[in-house]
Design a protein around this ligand. Structure first.
Ligand code: PLP
Length: 379
């Protein structure tokens, strides 16, 4: 056990669930897009997406990505173009859809898919591209102009926005993804900021796309319960929808609490001069209620040393996403562009603790350990 664990998920308490559980007992509907799933989808669209677009609940984001890719992909395409710097679920979902991941690099500052490489790859691979799958890195919003243009050119786009539920777009206070015509996939895993255990949501401004995903997620059934498309079972139970409804009620407080802790990190990094000593963090877009706090170590000896040092102070940290996807056995044979920034960042990335009961002293203790590692070259 660590004094300071990496994450301490804190899901909604049972008292908040009771009224919804009573609804389930009264209706005796336990799944199949029942009333609580419907209510949750309706509230999400009204409260977070300003009434624009449609959404369907899914059992987890991985299956949401699979369904979205499967419903969007161009039939003659071969590749799912995506960053290597993402969670393994992104390329795995593409492989389950019979596609080959094609890995691109990330930008050195905001750690999002490299825009010049994307344009070059779209030009070079042309019709061989089945779908483009950007990842909204660590919950940050991304500029969707480029992806709107791809959609206009007939290239499907599915955004892995697993950690971005609760993130606002850079230009306004709406939920990131609002109005986007491709699919936007969110995760509600317990370790995410909006955590329900296992769950997720697919959003799109394209109601028709959401309707197809809903149908595919229920065995591809038509209204006469005939399977008419490649389906599977991705449905969220009514119990989990109850948790999601209660979580939505308390979500504003969770977002604010996380912003406060992120503020502690920024203050401590400044006060202890870490940014002048070569440490750096991600350039974010929008208000992002982070799942954890990511930093790049200045040291080429890399992040393993930082993890060991933190552990010796009873602080648990991780290295998301190191190894990057192209460095993992399952994806080693996939095609990729030059991945210099990905590899540079994968060697240096450190994921620091973030959970709601952390206070300023906890954050100070973590940042102090980082500072002690670069003391020798202090300014
Ligand atoms: C968490 C995460 C997923 C997987 O979400 P699940 O709901 O656990 O399937 C996919 N992609 C990224 C980038 C994630 O962070």
């Amino acid at each position: 056990m660590y004094d300071i664990p990496f994450l301490r998920p804190n899901l909604v308490k049972k008292e908040q669930l009771l009224p919804y559980f009573e609804n389930i007992e009264a209706s005796r509907i336990y799944s199949n897009y029942g009333p609580l799933n419907h209510l949750f989808e309706t509230r999400v669209i009204a409260q977070m997406f300003g009434g624009t677009g449609a959404a369907v609940t899914v059992h987890n984001a991985t299956i949401g990505l699979m369904l979205a890719i499967s419903q969007c992909k161009r039939p003659r395409g071969k590749y799912a173009v995506m960053p290597s710097f993402t969670f393994a679920a992104t390329p795995l979902a593409a492989e389950w859809c019979g596609l080959e991941p094609y890995f691109l690099d990330i930008e050195p500052d905001d750690w999002q898919m490299n825009r010049a490489q994307l344009e070059e790859t779209v030009g070079r691979l042309g019709d061989q591209i089945a779908v483009v799958v950007p990842y909204a890195t660590f919950g940050s919003a991304i500029d969707l102009t480029l992806y709107d243009k791809l959609l206009q050119d007939g290239i499907p786009v599915v955004i892995d926005a697993a950690a971005s539920f609760g993130t606002t777009a850079a230009e306004n206070t709406a939920q990131f993804g609002k109005g986007f015509g491709g699919a936007v996939v969110f995760s509600f895993h317990a370790t995410k900021t909006f955590g329900v255990g296992e769950g997720g949501l697919v959003y799109s401004a394209d109601q028709n796309l959401i309707q197809r995903i809903r149908q595919a997620g229920n065995f591809g059934f038509s209204s006469s319960r005939e399977s008419v498309m490649l389906g599977l079972n991705s449905k969220l139970s009514e119990y989990t929808a109850a948790i999601a409804l209660a979580t939505l009620e308390g979500f504003q407080a969770v977002r604010e609490r996380r912003q406060t802790i992120i503020g502690y990190y920024h203050r401590e990094l400044q006060q202890q001069n870490l940014l002048l000593r070569g440490w750096s963090s991600q350039k974010m877009q929008g208000q992002v209620p982070l799942q954890f706090f990511s930093m790049l170590s200045p040291d080429s000896s890399g992040n393993r040393e930082v993890i060991r040092k933190l552990a010796s102070h009873s602080i648990e940290a991780r290295t998301y996403f190191s190894p990057a996807c192209h460095q993992q056995k399952q994806f080693q044979s996939c095609s990729h562009s030059d991945l210099r920034a990905t590899e540079w960042i994968a060697d240096r990335i450190v994921s620091l603790p973030l959970w709601e009961e952390m206070n300023e002293a906890t954050v100070r203790r973590i940042v102090k350990v980082l500072g002690s590692m670069t003391e020798e070259n202090a300014i």
